[in-house]
Design a protein around this ligand. Structure first.
Ligand SMILES: Cc1cc2nc3c(=O)[nH]c(=O)nc-3n(C[C@H](O)[C@H](O)[C@H](O)COP(=O)(O)OP(=O)(O)OC[C@H]3O[C@@H](n4cnc5c(N)ncnc54)[C@H](O)[C@@H]3O)c2cc1C
Ligand SMILES: NC(=O)c1ccc[n+]([C@@H]2O[C@H](COP(=O)([O-])OP(=O)(O)OC[C@H]3O[C@@H](n4cnc5c(N)ncnc54)[C@H](O)[C@@H]3O)[C@@H](O)[C@H]2O)c1
Length: 487
């Protein structure tokens, strides 16, 4: 491995010489940033190239800016509660341009505050943002705006992009990214697709005052989630005015109409000022000329990788959304570490099995970790304990009594298999459940944790106590749980 200074590395790249780096990472999202940091810390002379801004989708077009919009939506619904708590209301709608300015400030502050940037520089990684779309000339040569680089190893972390189905008139529709170009909240919106992206867009714009219809070809929204989550989120959406149309059939075309855009199905049509298509996610490989390196795609169009995140081309690894696995920030990070480790050390490491919570900042929030009830029942003797939020003090105090915490437990080993939550602070609550699962706690051990009162965690604690009591059967559970030494 070389020990060239950052300045030397940059000088080599800027002059466009063909000196060989140890590792070049394409893409500065969570996967690429962590891969570059890991590679450099393992001693590799590393460069990180990105056609966009540091932080990728996560910092600039996904979780951070979308969560900022979701925070505005939260403030608006909290403002609606003010009269109930004797607080005079200020009233008024949202100033969308001011909100977008806030989004800009937040994303800039997150980028500025990112310790990763400093750590990369300290580790000697040459970071080149806005360096144009990088493309393979051959397996070890990358071309970009600033010239050509040669590298012993390449790690592709170019992320993903919204799928644009080939439906006539698709060019009349928007994606979630178009939110940043709107001048005001549209009067009406149809959102096609009810995965994590679609429900977030629908929930946020509904809260901001837009009339929203959420449409899916499938039989339920959030089809990857536990059925109870799909039902709970749908009920919450409908209570707050979102119209939900599932089993909507195949979309035949989009066409301009006086209201804006019309989406035409066989025997059905939906019109709105804006139609957002959130019908899946594809790998961002356009323009990278992967074929010059011999990198193959899988049948879904994502980069084909093995368990070690090695692609079909020697010397090329991939990590993050571009592999189609996980497609959340924490999974991109895990993959970035693995790909860099294997690339630099010529190792064959694999990712350890790990629970990975998911969830979205909708109203109501939802989150999950571990197995759904349906999947758990295929392989386990299952006990389910569900605690409704309207029986737990904290959600009642906050005026947010809709929701539940559903715990799925293996009756034989007493381990927690899954936890599914709908309601206020669901995403935070899922992290507690994830910790319990990762620590392989039995349900009795979780039930003994004295969560502070009054918190949302009390819902999880109660679910654990309910399950432990049912498993115990002797009705001595309270004594067992509180004083195991005298049980
Ligand atoms: C609306 C929305 C909300 C989301 N919310 C969450 C959330 O709350 N929590 C969560 O965990 N995940 C969320 N996600 C998913 C999350 O954003 C992604 O899983 C994550 O960003 C993937 O990281 P990545 O590094 O693989 O790719 P990305 O973050 O997409 O980064 C890819 C990088 O590659 C660069 N690039 C692309 N092509 C090239 C090229 N040819 N040459 C050089 N550089 C290139 C891009 O500029 C970018 O820097 C959300 C996604 C969306 C769409
Ligand atoms: N909060 C988060 O963590 C977060 C947020 C957004 C996205 N993501 C991740 O990004 C990835 C992509 O999410 P997504 O929501 O964009 O896609 P998705 O694939 O999860 O959902 C797409 C939805 O569109 C529907 N659909 C597809 N084609 C259709 C058609 N022609 N007509 C009607 N309905 C159609 C599908 O039935 C599905 O419900 C996921 O892996 C997700 O986890 C995560």
């Amino acid at each position: 491995m070389s020990t060239a200074s950052t300045a030397e590395m940059i000088a080599r790249m800027v002059t466009g010489t063909r000196d060989t780096l140890d590792v070049v990472v394409l893409g500065a999202g969570p996967a690429g940033v962590i891969a570059a940091l890991r590679a450099a810390r393992l001693g590799a002379n590393t460069a990180l190239l990105s056609d966009g801004a540091f932080g990728g989708m996560a910092a600039n077009d996904g979780p951070v800016p979308v969560r900022t919009l979701a925070h505005a939506a939260r403030l608006m619904r909290e403002a609606q509660q003010m009269p109930d708590y004797g607080v005079p209301t200020a009233g008024g709608g949202v100033d969308y341009l001011k909100l977008l300015a806030r989004v800009q400030d937040v994303t800039a502050a997150v980028r500025r505050g990112s310790l990763l940037r400093t750590e990369l520089e300290a580790a000697g990684v040459s970071v080149r943002e806005h360096s144009g779309a990088a493309r393979f000339v051959d397996g070890g040569t990358i071309e970009h705006d600033g010239g050509r680089l040669r590298a012993g190893k390449v790690i592709v972390c170019t992320g993903g992009a919204p799928r644009r189905p080939s439906i006539p008139g698709i060019e009349l529709t928007a994606t979630h990214s178009d939110a940043w170009a709107l001048r005001e909240v549209p009067e009406s919106m149809v959102v096609l697709g009810t995965g994590a992206t679609g429900v977030q867009v629908a929930s946020i714009f509904n809260a901001l005052g837009c009339r929203v219809t959420l449409v899916d070809a499938g039989p339920r929204i959030l089809k990857g989630e536990d059925v109870a989550v799909s039902h709970g989120v749908r009920a919450g959406f409908e209570a707050s005015g979102v119209q939900v149309a599932v089993d909507a059939g195949r979309v035949e075309r989009f066409e301009a109409c006086p209201a804006g855009v019309r989406m035409v199905h066989a025997g059905n049509a939906f019109a709105a000022a804006v139609i957002v298509v959130a019908a899946g996610w594809v790998a961002n490989t356009r323009g990278t000329a992967l074929e010059h390196a011999g990198v193959a795609l899988d049948e879904r169009g994502f980069i084909r990788v093995d368990a070690h995140l090695r692609t079909t081309a020697p010397g090329v690894w991939a990590a993050g959304d571009v592999t189609g696995r996980g497609m959340v920030v924490h999974e991109a990070v895990r993959q970035g570490v693995l790909a860099a480790t294997n690339a630099v050390l010529d190792a064959d490491a694999v990712l350890p099995e790990q629970v990975s919570p998911t969830g979205s900042f909708t109203d109501p929030e939802y989150a999950s970790v571990g197995l759904t009830e349906e999947r758990a029942r295929r392989a386990h003797d299952v006990l389910v304990a569900t605690v409704p939020f309207d029986s737990v003090p904290r959600p009642i105090i906050d005026g947010r009594p809709a929701g539940f915490c559903k715990l799925i437990v293996d009756r034989v080993h007493r381990r927690i298999l899954g936890c599914h939550i709908v309601g206020e602070r669901a995403v935070e609550l899922a992290q507690v459940a994830a910790t319990a699962i990762a620590g392989e706690l039995t349900v009795e051990q979780l039930a003994r944790v004295p969560f502070s009162f009054p918190t949302y965690a009390n819902a999880l604690g109660r679910a654990a106590i309910t399950a432990a009591a049912e498993l115990d059967g002797s009705h001595m559970w309270a004594v067992d749980l509180l004083h195991p030494e005298i049980a």
